[in-house]
Design a protein around this ligand. Structure first.
Ligand code: GDP
Ligand code: IMO
Ligand code: MG
Length: 432
């Protein structure tokens, strides 16, 4: 019966992959419903001999690592087919069973011209660039909305595929050659590149919306795993410094074909501090030694592009906003261990915008750009908390940090991350 969404509550990289893996053994399906290979979800799985295996997933849902779970790429995803098979082959080589994967016939595919246009557009934007991952995500979603996209199902009909590619290239080649001064893409090569994957893809493709609703009818559990996060959502994020998909709970429904009333639980993943990759406003950003400290202790370098992540203190205003936009029922507060050793830990409780206090996200984006954080300073702790497994195992100051942040953030905190591995989690309320 239950459909559960896992949503990023900040600007991404909150630890959604770890949370999905944590719940993986208790669910039947894990669905990626938005984004593409712009995502980077790291999962660390402890081995019986005490070592650990690290996986970085981009296009595939992290649930593919959980035995017996059916991983699904939903209709809301944009798929780079070369990346799909590279990722699958890399997992197969490591002994992961990927045979259950299902792919929506309605998902759109990323063609080479869209990767090119993504990168050149960024260059043309210059100082106004978004800092995209360069994977062709934005142009592919733009084509979808513009009704000139290529879908997975088109790949199984060469005639239709050729017609569609001809139509889209009539337009794209004008942009590539006349505006960007690039070589035109050819219909033959584009069609050939996409067709090359058809036979391997065919057995995976189905009506994933039907599959998932039938599973819910049977009483099975479906976990919806977001790529990106609330503040990167195309509608609810810091537009235009966002990704081009719906990364919030609403997107979990449109991107999977599961109706809103079937979503029982929304788990917001929120880091105990804040990070952001790429351009755009970030009120609590630290450009001093504290920022460096969070980046080095938290290993804050992008899983997808390797870029250093911008780091700052916890921002309760955006956590509250994410709780509201998504209807968060439970937060997982991740990476609390990274804050160990600080004397005082600032938490942003509101913003000062040109002398006016804002307790909620300012309605005007320019105000958000000028927002200065108003901090409350909480006591730090020096004890190593990586071995904590119950709330009582945490030192008093860390407990207070969790409960104070919870009171400000608009939903209960049901689990706390104290290290990268699955086991390094303090469960306060059972998540499923
Ligand atoms: P995602 O994109 O939301 O899945 O997050 P990423 O995988 O990009 O980034 C989160 C990083 O933090 C990964 O390297 C995780 O292994 C790591 N991580 C997750 N939870 C914790 C935690 O509680 N403590 C520590 N120290 N690392 C964590
Ligand atoms: P996960 O799922 C962090 C950012 C990019 C850029 C903006 C637009 O790992 O949390 P795009 O290539 O999507 O058009 O880039 O969005 N971005 C992410 N930042 N984590 C991610 O994914 C991201 N996916 C995209 O850095 O600022
Ligand atoms: Mg990530």
């Amino acid at each position: 019966m239950p459909a559960i969404a896992i949503i990023g509550a900040q600007w991404g990289d909150e630890g959604k992959g770890k949370a999905t893996d944590l719940l993986g053994s208790r669910v039947d399906y894990v669905v990626k419903f938005n984004g593409g290979n712009n995502a980077g979800h790291t999962v660390v799985i402890g081995q019986p001999d005490g070592t650990s295996e690290k996986y970085a997933l981009h296009l595939l849902p992290s649930g593919i690592l959980s035995a017996g779970v059916t991983p699904v790429i939903g209709n809301g995803v944009v798929i780079d087919l070369a990346v799909l098979f590279e990722e699958l082959d890399a997992l197969i080589a490591r002994g992961v069973d990927v045979s259950l994967l299902k792919v929506s016939a309605n998902a759109h595919v990323i063609a080479d011209y869209n990767r090119t246009i993504d990168k050149i557009t960024e260059r043309f934007l210059g100082s106004r660039r978004i800092g995209t991952t360069g994977r062709g995500i934005g142009p592919t979603y733009a084509d979808k909305m513009n009704r000139i996209g290529i879908r997975v199902q088109d790949i199984f009909d060469e005639k239709i595929l050729t017609q569609k590619v001809e139509g889209v290239l009539d337009l794209k080649n004008q942009i590539l050659t006349k505006i960007y001064n690039r070589r035109a893409a050819t219909v033959e090569q584009t069609v050939e590149e996409l067709l090359a994957y058809a036979e391997r893809l065919r057995p995976m493709v189905c009506d994933t919306g039907l599959l998932l609703n039938q599973a819910l009818d049977r009483g099975e559990t479906v976990l919806l795993e977001a790529g990106q996060a609330t503040l990167l959502d195309v509608d609810h994020g810091t537009y235009p410094f966002v990704t081009s998909s719906s990364a919030t709970a609403g997107g979990a429904c449109t991107g999977s074909g599961i109706p809103p009333m079937r979503l029982n639980q929304v788990i917001g993943i929120v880091k105990a501090y804040t990070t952001r990759v790429g351009e755009g406003p970030f009120p609590t950003e630290l450009e001093d030694e504290f920022g460096e400290h969070l980046r080095s202790v938290g290993a804050e370098f992008g899983t997808t592009t390797g870029r250093p992540r911008r780091c700052g203190w916890y921002d309760a205003v955006i956590a509250r906003y994410a709780a509201r936009v998504n209807g968060v029922t439970d937060f997982v507060l991740t990476k609390l261990d990274v804050l160990t050793g600080l004397e005082k830990v600032p938490v942003c409780v509101a913003y000062d915008v040109d002398g006016v206090r804002h307790d909620e996200m300012p309605v005007n984006q320019s105000d958000f750009h000028h927002a200065k954080p108003i901090y409350e300073y909480l006591d730090g702790w020096s004890e190593d908390i990586s071995g904590a497994r119950t709330f009582e195992d945490l030192p008093a100051a860390a407990q207070t940090y969790v409960t104070t942040v919870e009171a400000m953030s608009g939903a209960r905190i049901s689990a706390v991350g104290v290290g990268p591995s699955r086991a390094a989690t303090v469960v306060i309320h059972d998540l499923i």
